[in-house]
Ligand binder design. Sequence first.
Ligand code: 13P
Length: 253
Amino acid sequence: MGRRTFIAGNWKMNKTIAEAIALVRELRSAVSMVRDRVEIAVAPPFTALHPVAKALEDSNVILAAQNCHAEASGAFTGEVAAPMLKEVGCSYVILGHSERRQLLGETDAGVSRKVAAVLKAGMLPIVCVGETLAEREANQTLSVVEAQVKGCLSGFGKEEGARFVVAYEPVWAIGTGKTATSRQAQEVHAHVRELLRGLWGREAAEAVRIQYGGSVKADNAAELLGQPDIDGALVGGASLKVADFAAIVKAKG
Ligand code: 13P
């Protein structure tokens, strides 16, 4: 199969520039030994992207952003465009995070436009999907995730699609300390891969990395990453501490 494990830290709205630089200086040496086995990214807030990019030069940690606008420039006060993120050194952009869907009205159609902008700028998307607790309890998990995957990704072809990253983040597991069991997560991941197979065929679907996110910690990472369709993690809280994030990076033996 050969999908390279991808561990990304989503810092959300945390860290000053000084704190961000201190964190990545320590992180780059803590994870320097895993060079080929694991792809590692951090997603600082916009204000810290440039200094963090400098602090990560010649390291094996790459840069991601947490969002972007769908247009490449223009009168969009307060927004940041994909080419700007490319210029500052980002390789990936996290799109459609549930916090943005819930708090800021982000939609699948909007995410899809942002995916196109990210590709056009020469980066790759990490597209977040996931059900709420109410949806899980109503047995709607697979149908909710299916609508999100199709709504965000069906406009793209298999050549580009094979390089996308999808993050399954059950909303009820984010920041709550409640992780999906490896079985619950694997079930959804396998379903996502099945959907991708429908969209892009077997070969492309097998190439897509599907990350799990939601209270990933050093002590549950190995179990989650041991599942056949869990190819990485999108880590929130635990990515803010070097020791915890480095332990997750090294979890898959
Ligand atoms: P936590 O790891 O803090 O639960 O956050 C997960 C997340 O939202 C990553 O995008």
